[in-house]
Design a protein around this ligand. Structure first.
Ligand code: HEC
Length: 433
């Protein structure tokens, strides 16, 4: 994505020509070109066993189309033969290099519901198809098209939808925009049980992220992430909104408000945005576990990444003080200097287990890792996060290696947070309300 330097640090061709003219040996006679592969049109093999219609369309639908469709984050669609064939050689390349589908967890630890990786068989089918010239095959073999709700990642229509306020917010052309907190009173007179929540940016070109919080009537919070607020959902590029596991829901007490925390990044022209939230509810009788969100984060005052540090380690932990807690998802968060992230659990007997390892953290891919099966964490266990930051010039995304960096909201400042969602049994008093 944005891994290019803003200006060149070496002019290879000029240097080579100067050396040649001076009759010296050319020190760098070859450089590697970086860019897109230029595919060639090949004659499709009419006898290929694997065709677009009989195999490849299925793989695209299962693994690629959630992002490669209109209105989602990928820059082109992969929904029909004409679209896919034009990209076929590039597809073989990105699959071979494991750049697509994007997935950053080390397979040695944890199993995740939303693991996007292709199976070896799927990869082999893609390679065989591309080397056979990407034949279409018989359209009668096509699978039924996967259905999506336009502009949404949820599998069903929402029960209710809110905008962050009435009028759009104006994002100025230049400079820095402080985090905006928009408070919405949905006017609910009864408790609500939320099984799906989706934050939708109104204008993706300027919305860097959205975080929506529940503010129960007992809290006076005016901004997100303040004591008493409950994380509800988020939007960051690449985030997937998904239903909570069966029988689980988030609790929104009667009289709660919502805070939309918006981070805008100006793009050189004035823009407007009106972001939205969509919710799906269930009945309390359907709920047997309540989902709560928490975060392990490093103490802000202890957090300092020295200038030029290449692999700066930081660690933070948090004790679990509940009985019968079950982890359901993990969400690592660092900024542009983030290099690697690990989350572990330390059991009361001292044993440690790695829950998630992201060896090459990439700020452009903010992923929620949803555990394949909810994981019991005994009372007294500790969740530990370990992060490494690269504040040197070897990190091409680094805004400034000569600065030491502290905690801060803006992307040129840093963070180290392990957000997690977990559940506890439905308390009696709520079940019978
Ligand atoms: C989670 C979202 C997501 C999924 C799933 C996904 N892509 Fe992408 N894809 C992107 C985005 C965003 C880009 C553009 C930015 C980039 O290259 O990282 C992209 C770019 C590409 C490119 C162009 C790469 C380049 O360097 O120009 C190809 C080819 C591609 N995807 C193929 C696939 C295939 C094939 C699959 C499924 C097997 C897939 N993608 C799954 C989001 C996704």
């Amino acid at each position: 994505m944005e891994y290019a330097r803003s200006k060149p640090t070496r002019h290879d061709l000029t240097i080579a020509l100067d050396q040649l003219l001076a009759d010296k040996q050319v020190t760098t006679p070859v450089t590697k070109a970086v860019g897109c592969l230029i595919g060639r049109v090949r004659q499709p093999d009419p006898n290929s066993r694997i065709t677009y219609s009989n195999q490849i369309a299925r793989i695209m639908q299962k693994r690629c189309v959630e992002c490669h469709r209109a209105g989602e984050i990928a820059p082109f669609e992969l929904r029909n033969y004409d679209e896919v064939v034009g990209w076929s050689e590039m597809i073989a390349e990105v699959v071979k290099e494991s750049r697509m589908p994007p997935w950053h967890a080390d397979p040695a630890h944890g199993e995740f519901l939303n693991d996007r990786r292709l199976s070896d068989e799927e990869k082999e089918q893609i390679f065989a198809w591309v080397s056979a010239g990407a034949p279409e095959g018989n359209p009668a073999d096509l699978p039924p098209p996967r259905k999506f709700i336009d502009g949404s990642q949820l599998p069903q229509a929402a029960d209710i939808e809110f905008t962050m306020r009435e009028k759009p917010f104006v994002v100025k052309a230049e400079g820095e925009v402080a985090y905006q907190n928009f408070i919405v009173d949905p006017g609910f007179k009864e408790d609500k049980w939320i099984t799906m929540a989706e934050a939708l940016p109104g204008n993706r070109s300027v919305v860097h992220h959205i975080v929506v919080y529940i503010v129960p009537p007992t809290s006076k919070a005016k901004r997100g992430f303040a004591p008493g607020t409950q994380f509800l959902t988020t939007y960051v590029p690449g985030y997937q909104s998904r239903p909570l596991p069966e029988g689980m829901a988030k609790w929104m007490p009667a009289g709660s408000k919502l805070i939309f925390q918006l981070h805008y990044t100006p793009i050189g022209t004035e823009q407007t945005d009106l972001s939205k939230l969509r919710l799906v509810f269930t009945n309390p009788s359907e709920v047997n576990r309540v989902v709560v969100s928490s975060a392990v984060q490093i103490r802000h005052q202890d957090f300092l990444i020295p200038a030029n540090a290449q692999n700066h380690r930081s660690e933070a932990s948090q004790k679990i003080r509940f009985k019968d807690a079950k982890l359901i998802s993990l969400f690592p968060h660092m900024h542009l200097r983030g290099r690697s992230f690990r989350m572990e659990v330390k059991y009361p007997d001292g044993q440690r287990e790695t829950l998630l390892n992201v060896p090459n953290y990439d700020f452009n891919w903010q992923t929620t890792y949803r555990l394949r099966a909810p994981k019991s964490i005994p009372e007294g266990a500790e969740l530990i996060i370990v992060g490494h930051h690269n504040n040197s010039s070897t990190n091409l995304a680094n805004p400034d290696p000569s600065e030491s960096v502290r905690w801060g909201d803006q992307t040129w400042e840093e963070m180290l947070i392990g957000l997690y969602e977990w559940s506890i049994p439905m308390p009696e008093h709520l079940a019978n309300k």
